[in-house]
Design a protein around this ligand. Structure first.
Ligand code: ADP
Length: 408
């Protein structure tokens, strides 16, 4: 019983037009299609019997076969339509061949109406009515479908025109947005540039005052000047990072790019930080598995790696380690920087790439920091067609991965 039901279910789905698939309620459509198929087949049997009794090949009833094929093609899948057409044709052929070979008796069209009936309305009337109804029903059916199809095509054309229009609008809005982003970063760069000089002078001046007049200053004055010098230093760091961020943003996409050997670049950055890591008793290492080359801006890529390594050292306690690695992955190059530091709280993770964002633990652990390093890192990686990912466990360590496409 179960097998029979499964077969019927399978057949029903075969009979249903595929264009209905994915619109939901497939089972109901399949059941309706199976019912239509059985109905059309039964109609063919009935029609064949009628045809046989009403003159066989002489009868205009044959037109009804066409009519049923039209209905089948509307309601059923292409496969089921061909199957129903074959059933109809075989039945029609059985009547015609059966009668012509003498296996079946032939009932001339006149036997119902009597000989010479073609001269009377009793034959001409029903004959005309049958053919007329068939023709008009067929034309009604086909034209209804054609109108429906044309309306759908028209709807699709209008919709695609609308979508094209909206796309143009979106593109224009995106261009405006990019223009304003560009203006913003140009402005940011100018301000940062203007501030950098005076801030540097203030910091150096305060440093000189502290060094040269250390003996002649009271304790509170020394403390005050010392704090002012530190604040000036922090501001100088922020303006420096703002300048770097603005430059990274403005780096035009079509800008001339050079071949950068990322492995060598990572080794260089590690050497740059060796001293500061040793001062903090943090072990520093690099593993370069791939000598892959990236087409890009060398200075920017170096800055990106430096930001990750600097953060690793900054947020790792003495005795810990920071390791950088370069490996190939499909057509990309993956630069990873992993540390055994303080880690990042889950609630901070989604925001660490935002400008000026600093995690609470990071602020408590390391006072210095502008909150711009990772924003710069992300901009640079994205400018090179790549992406940055982070994985961290608070108290155990953090791993950053920058994936960039290789040259060629
Ligand atoms: P900054 O380090 O100057 O605060 P960043 O933009 O470089 O700014 O980093 C943003 C924040 O991401 C940091 O304040 C810190 O909370 C977190 N962070 C980044 N790198 C690490 C790391 N290696 N270990 C722990 N926290 C990190």
């Amino acid at each position: 019983m179960k097998v029979a039901w499964a077969n019927a279910h399978f057949l029903a789905h075969l009979a249903a037009p595929r264009t209905y698939l994915g619109l939901g309620d497939e089972d109901r459509v399949a059941r309706a299609a199976l019912f239509a198929f059985v109905q059309i087949t039964a109609d063919f049997v009935f029609l064949a019997a009628l045809l046989h009794l009403c003159g066989g090949i002489e009868s205009p009833l044959a037109a009804f076969f066409v009519f049923h094929v039209l209905i089948a093609s509307i309601l059923l899948s292409r496969r089921a339509t061909y199957l129903a057409t074959t059933v109809g044709f075989l039945l029609y052929a059985a009547v015609v061949l059966g009668e012509s070979s003498g296996v079946l008796d032939h009932y001339p069209l006149g036997w119902v109406w009597g000989p010479g009936a073609y001269r009377t309305w009793s034959l001409a009337g029903p004959g005309l009515a049958v053919l007329g109804v068939t023709l008009y029903l067929a034309s009604y059916l086909c034209s209804t479908i054609a109108v429906d199809l044309r309306m759908r095509v028209r709807g699709n054309v209008l919709l695609s025109r609308h979508i094209a229009g909206e796309r143009l609008k979106l593109e224009a809005a995106y261009e405006k947005l990019q223009e304003s982003e560009h203006t913003k970063s140009q402005y940011m760069r100018k301000v940062a540039h203007e501030l950098r000089g005076p801030l540097g002078t203030i910091e150096t001046a305060l440093k000189v005052v502290l060094q040269d007049m250390a003996g002649g200053l009271s304790e509170p004055s020394r403390d005050l000047i010392g704090r002012a010098q530190r604040r000036a230093g922090e501001l100088a760091a922020v303006t420096h990072d703002l300048l770097v961020l603005a430059r990274a943003r403005e780096a035009a996409v079509g800008q001339e790019r050079v071949r950068v050997e990322v492995g060598a670049l990572v080794q260089e950055v590690i050497e740059d930080f060796r001293e500061s890591a040793a001062r903090k008793d943090v072990r520093l290492s690099a593993t370069v598995v791939s000598g892959g080359v990236v087409l890009g801006d060398r200075v920017a890529l170096r800055q990106m790696v430096a930001n990750l390594v600097e953060n690793g050292i900054r947020y790792t306690k003495p005795g810990g380690s920071v390791s950088a690695a370069v490996r190939a992955q499909d057509r990309d190059l993956v630069v990873s920087v992993e540390d055994t530091g303080i880690g990042i709280a889950a609630e901070d993770l989604p925001r660490i790439f935002d400008e000026f964002y600093r995690g609470a633990q990071a602020r408590a652990y390391a006072e210095q920091g502008t909150g711009l390093g990772l924003a710069i890192t992300r901009v640079i990686v994205e400018q090179h067609g790549g992406r940055v990912a982070v994985d961290s466990q608070p108290g155990r360590g953090t791993r950053f991965e920058a994936t960039v496409p290789t040259a060629g």
